[in-house]
Design a protein around this ligand. Structure first.
Ligand SMILES: [Zn+2]
Length: 321
């Protein structure tokens, strides 16, 4: 029996806008212009380069339409994050924010990367954006993806390659943000996972629960923007002694939040999780009835912690150069 979690993994939505809000409310100064340059260094990391991706990986793609670096629902208010460059330059804050969505563009859809992937996943998008822990198994390499880009970004900034240093900082933030979505650290309870291979309903339930929670960030940006911004703004930077310690703590924290969030999602959405995917309007309706408060408060706790971790990380990353 091949156990596959691959259908469970969706993106935590709203990366670029969330990253932008954290940058805006942090101490780091990203208010300067950076000259764009094509990628001119070699890399050991393997990417999916099919179709346009090959070009996207080497060139700046700000201003291009159809890349979906900003969620459709958020384009109205935050479309400026995808403004075209002017005179071959982009503001530093835009590079970091826009490119924090880039890893979901398809570059991690690979085959034959590792035996874990071949056995459990069949596709590496899930592998590279998660770290699943169900005692005693600990697999997937979202943490390795973070470490790779955090270190690469630091090296590039050190040698004065500002554009790629900031762009890879954005990539690193993507994986850090993904790992702080509790469903990226654990797909279900032990009981649900035992039944998972045999029970279609459980598969649908876990898929929809994960997808519903992925959408909550976009929901908050759209419907509760002021409070979200004040939570982000009040988050104090947290500093870690190494990238390894940072990502481990971030992931352990997110994993510890899983059961609380999962219970709330299930009791909130109930049988609806067995049928269709939930929409933003479903969230809004529940919020109007006052039923979303607990889940939102718990989510703000996670967002506050995540914003603190990001502020500390970005400050260290940029101060060292
Ligand atoms: Zn992702």
């Amino acid at each position: 029996m091949i156990l596959s979690f691959s259908t469970l993994i969706f993106p935590w939505s709203g990366h670029s806008v969330y990253t932008f809000l954290v940058m805006e409310h942090s101490e780091v100064d990203l208010d300067f212009f950076v000259k764009i340059r094509p990628r001119d260094f070699e890399e050991e990391r393997v990417y999916n380069q099919r179709g346009k991706l090959k070009e996207y990986l080497l060139e700046d793609i700000s201003g291009l339409t159809g890349t979906r670096l900003i969620d459709d629902e958020l384009v109205n208010k935050y479309g400026f994050l995808n403004n075209s460059s002017v005179d071959g330059q982009l503001p530093a804050w835009q590079i970091v924010s826009l490119y924090s969505s880039f890893p979901d563009i398809g570059i991690d859809h690979l085959k034959d990367v590792s035996w874990i992937q071949d056995t459990f996943l069949g596709d590496s998008q899930a592998l590279r954006h998660s770290k699943i822990k169900v005692r005693p198994i600990e697999v997937f390499e979202g943490d390795q993806s973070f470490l790779y880009f955090a270190k690469k970004s630091s090296e590039l900034l050190k040698v004065g390659n500002e554009y790629w240093g900031l762009r890879y900082l954005g990539y690193a933030l993507h994986y850090l943000e993904d790992l702080m979505q509790p469903y990226h650290t654990r797909p279900g309870t032990v009981w649900e996972l035992v039944r998972y291979p045999f029970d279609k309903n459980i598969r649908i339930l876990l898929q929809n629960a994960h997808a519903a929670y992925d959408d909550i960030m976009t929901y908050l940006i759209l419907y509760d923007g002021d409070r979200l911004e004040s939570i982000i703004s009040n988050a104090k930077p947290i500093y870690f002694s190494s990238y390894e310690q940072l990502i481990k703590e971030a992931y352990m924290y997110s994993h510890s939040e899983f059961f609380k969030v999962h219970d709330m999602i299930k009791s909130l959405f109930g049988d609806a999780l067995y049928s269709s995917a939930l929409s933003m309007e479903d969230f809004a309706k529940l919020a109007q009835q006052g039923k979303l408060d607990n889940l939102i408060n718990e989510t703000y706790k996670i967002i506050s912690t995540m914003s603190s971790v990001i502020k500390g990380f970005v400050t260290m990353q940029l101060d060292n150069h």
